[in-house]
Design a protein around this ligand. Structure first.
Ligand code: SF4
Length: 495
């Protein structure tokens, strides 16, 4: 536990982590530590990603062992192919939002993307983007025939396509400018019977259950999200913690049942099983009476917990869901720059460190607005930096589409150069594809977790060259960077 400060900066999370450790409860940090060192070949991009069963071939990063695969593939081809492999997965994740859709006639159909995207695509191969791009890219990954440059161009095109798919999803959602969101450990002080929610269960089911639970338990917030942003009843379900802290909440003894909807982290269900916390998954009963009975049984058989967070630890803000809303804020504030910070918690970094440290320092910069999305936004909100009374507040954007909103808002006022986006981590391949797409549309991007590109200098240079020609950039590190390095990146003159 001497390394606890490297795991989370939050004193309450530290207390919960100590308590879990003393009781022998294993959480994601324990598993992360046991997994070290992780596969160094894969981390550098030097483990072959082609769909070929002659391998797996791996290239020695130090030049002392194999320098080519069995088929003759070199390190540049291998690294470029891995980048494309991950981007194909990212585009597929975005496409899965449209299970019944075979063809989208016009991907960039609304302003300002209908102007910005075609211009960028012209310089990246020229042909119009379509969903077929994904299967074409997958076919390039059967055998190593395409050049590293062609693989990189394909990855960048898929990045732009991923943004287009997110944009279509956003357009299909109910138009809302903003929704309220509360966050903080203080939400637990509200009552003694709490249902935790993770993933994205049906809002209708949650609304019915919340109503019945509220009557039954006699308090206003019987359902709390454990880090996911779940729209219900004209707002978001209050978030008691970020996704990286969710296991600690289960271990605290304050949660008496878990609802695990689609997209829930599998470790949550595992932990419920080992701690004897009842859980309801997507396929289980939706009978509210039965669920409330399970909660009561758990309360009756549990020993009391000493964890009693302060009631004042609750912060609230409005989450911006519409680019127009952000555009108006930018115009009103006459912002010279928009610094955007976001992403999910990751064990490589102390939880909350980069978002809170960087956002606090950037707030002093004249003419700059700061915005955030994802877990980073929850950290910033919990620290009180996003509360309306805190001038200027950090603006909180849509959890999934935060960078897209910023792109559209600044694109609409033709100030894309004013946007800088830092991904504090990449949770999924879709995040990586989104980062590549934004950089291809002339946005300055940084990523605070190492990317598997360090096995080939040529690929890194080619990528920088292609993005530079678009007016964008992708800064990444060969180590988990310090908060100061991210702050320097935001503030450097040429950025
Ligand atoms: S494509 Fe070449 S490098 Fe990759 S696994 Fe097959 S033989 Fe090995």
């Amino acid at each position: 536990m001497e390394t606890i400060y490297f795991k989370t900066v939050d004193p309450i999370s530290q207390e919960l982590l100590r308590s879990a450790s003393q009781r022998g409860i294993k959480v994601h940090w324990d598993r992360y530590e046991r997994l070290q060192p992780q596969d160094g070949f894969l981390r550098l991009g030097l483990s072959c990603p082609f769909g070929c069963l002659q391998g797996p071939c791996r290239i020695d990063p130090f030049g002392r062992g194999p320098d080519r695969g069995i088929c003759g593939l070199d390190r540049d081809g291998m690294v470029a192919a891995l980048l494309l492999r991950l981007t194909v997965q990212g585009a597929l994740e975005a496409m899965n939002e449209f299970p019944s859709l075979k063809k989208i006639p016009n991907i960039f159909r609304s302003a300002p993307l209908d102007r910005i995207a075609p211009r960028a695509i012209k310089k990246l191969g020229g042909q119009e983007l379509s969903l077929e791009e994904i299967s074409n890219a997958a076919s390039l990954l059967q055998r190593p025939l395409a050049s590293p440059e062609d693989l990189i161009i394909k990855a960048l095109r898929l990045g732009i396509l991923t943004l287009g798919l997110l944009e279509i999803k956003k357009m299909e959602e109910k138009a809302q400018r903003s929704l309220p969101l509360q966050a903080g450990y203080g939400l637990l002080a509200n009552g003694d019977r709490i249902i935790g929610v993770c993933g994205q269960p049906s809002p209708k089911f949650l609304e019915t259950l919340a109503k019945k639970a509220s009557q039954n338990f006699g308090h206003r917030r019987p359902l709390l999200s454990l880090g996911d942003w779940i729209p219900v009843n004209g707002g978001f379900l209050p978030c008691v913690c970020t996704s990286g802290e969710a296991e600690l909440l289960l271990a605290s003894g304050k949660i008496h049942l878990l609802i695990a909807g689609p997209g829930a982290d599998p470790s949550m269900v595992e932990l419920c099983l080992s701690l004897g916390i009842p859980f309801i998954s997507s396929h289980d009963t939706k009978d509210a009476k039965k669920i409330l009975r399970l909660v009561q049984e758990k309360v009756d058989t549990s020993s009391p917990t000493s964890f009693a967070p302060d009631t004042s630890l609750i912060e609230e803000t409005e989450v911006i869901l519409d680019a127009k809303e952000l555009e108006e804020i930018l115009k009103k504030g006459r912002a010279r720059k928009l610094f955007l910070l976001g992403g999910a918690d990751a064990p490589q970094q102390s939880l909350g460190w980069i978002p809170m440290e960087v956002a606090s320092s950037l707030r002093g910069e004249k003419g700059c607005l700061i915005a955030a999305w994802g877990d980073a936004a929850l950290w910033i909100l919990k620290k009180g930096l996003a509360s309306p009374g805190n001038k200027p507040p950090v603006y909180i954007l849509d959890e999934q589409a935060g960078p897209l909103l910023a792109l559209k808002a600044l694109g609409a006022i033709r100030k894309l150069k004013a946007l800088q986006v830092c991904f504090s981590s990449l949770k999924s391949c879709r995040d990586l594809a989104m980062a590549l797409g934004l950089a291809s549309l002339s946005v300055k991007i940084s990523v605070a977790v190492p990317l598997p590109l360090w096995g080939s200098e040529k690929v890194r240079n080619l990528l920088a060259e292609k993005l530079g020609a678009q007016g964008g950039s992708l800064t990444h590190f060969d180590h988990a960077p310090h908060a100061q390095e991210i702050l320097d990146w935001f503030l450097r003159k040429e950025a």
